[in-house]
Design a protein around this ligand. Structure first.
Ligand code: ZN
Length: 364
């Protein structure tokens, strides 16, 4: 840690004298000043009497990063390092006295559970602060996936849904922004390095673009996972099978290039396939029926309606509206006063292996 208590005053390690009798401002235990030639000065609990206040173990990255972040965010208000908040049993790495709302910076370098992220986020909200998470190297090396998004992603003006990483060597923020999910399920984002607070506030200047989903690969992976009888696909396969179809033989007409919020589990395309299989069992159906089936299919594809730091209201409703509009445009459905009438059945592959052979030729 960077801040310790000497008698009743808080002392920054960089100004501390070796002789002082320092204690931890959070738990009151004795701490020792460390200063070497390679590392910045810091205080540490003695191994025999570790900190009893929740928080993460100190690494060189964490100690150095906190100081860098305090400088980076200085324009937003007076920054206090390691602000102890006894009422919520938390210690913010940096506390920014921002107006109208204080900002609690967490520079997360060590592993942390979803429950702990949720509890700390809520703690800061309870004391009226905006929780701002910046992730360390361990997280920067991870592949963008639901585990990261679920715990740490949040909305930031201009950047959409994003993850922020602090790079101690570059002393810059890496913003993984406009996080979304391709129809085929891959999580995707744009990445921008930001060297100043002004640039962070300004937002990205490049336009976003997304690659077309790779359908041949999607079908191939779907088939592979079905052969391996993947646990996540089994309920989807069963649902579709009971309507007389095979999951991998899905109609081409259900394919979409739309991206969705990253909440769709295995992706909106699988969701559309299951919903369509169910809808086309009807002659006529209402929006309430479609909504019920949509929610059920959302559960089957492993969808989530909210993460720790963000939620997207009506995510299923919006996907459903798009699907119904697409099916009306393709003349499979007709809008009527009380719902939708089925006009034609989308073409499923009777023998889905024919599709695969076809795709293999395309791939080959
Ligand atoms: Zn302590």
């Amino acid at each position: 840690m960077l801040i310790a208590k000497l008698e009743s005053a808080l002392v920054d390690a960089k100004n501390a004298q070796r002789s002082g009798s320092y204690v931890c401002p959070a738990c009151g235990h004795r701490v020792v000043l460390h200063r070497g030639t390679r590392v910045q000065p810091y205080f540490a609990h003695r191994p025999a009497a570790p900190c009893t206040f929740p928080g993460e173990g100190e690494t060189a990255q964490h100690v150095m990063g906190k100081r860098q972040l305090a400088a980076f965010f200085a324009d937003w208000g007076t920054v206090t390092l390691e602000r102890v908040l006894p009422t919520i049993q938390q210690r913010a790495d940096c506390w920014i006295a921002h107006q109208p709302r204080a900002i609690a910076l967490e520079f997360q370098c060590s592993p942390i559970s979803r429950e702990d992220v949720a509890a700390r986020t809520q703690g800061y909200r309870d004391v009226g602060a905006y929780p701002f998470w910046l992730l360390g190297k361990r997280y920067a090396q991870q592949r963008l996936g639901w585990r990261l998004i679920d715990r740490f992603a949040g909305w930031l003006k201009g950047w959409g849904l994003c993850l922020l990483f602090w790079d101690v060597d570059r002393q810059q923020v890496r913003v993984d922004h406009h996080i979304c999910q391709a129809a085929t399920g891959e999580y995707q984002c744009q990445q921008t390095w930001v060297g100043s607070l002004a640039a962070l506030v300004q937002g990205p200047h490049r336009r976003q673009w997304w690659p077309e989903p790779n359908l041949a690969r999607f079908r191939w992976e779907l088939d592979r996972d079905l052969r391996r009888s993947s646990d996540t696909l089994k309920p989807l396969q069963t649902a579709v099978y009971l309507t007389g179809h095979h999951l991998a033989g899905f109609p081409e007409s259900l394919v979409t290039t739309q991206v969705t919020p990253p909440l769709f589990g295995r992706g909106v395309l699988l969701w559309r396939i299951v919903v369509a299989a169910w809808l086309f069992e009807h002659v006529l159906f209402s929006f309430a029926t479609a909504q019920r089936l949509g929610e059920e299919a959302f559960r089957l594809v492993g969808g989530a309606t909210a993460a720790v730091r963000f939620q997207v209201p009506l995510v299923v409703t919006h996907a459903l509206e798009t699907l119904l509009t697409d099916l009306v445009t393709a003349r499979f459905l007709k809008r009527e006063t009380n719902g939708w009438r089925v006009m034609a059945q989308p073409q499923w592959a009777a023998d889905y292996t024919a599709w695969l052979e076809n795709d293999e030729k395309k791939l080959g």
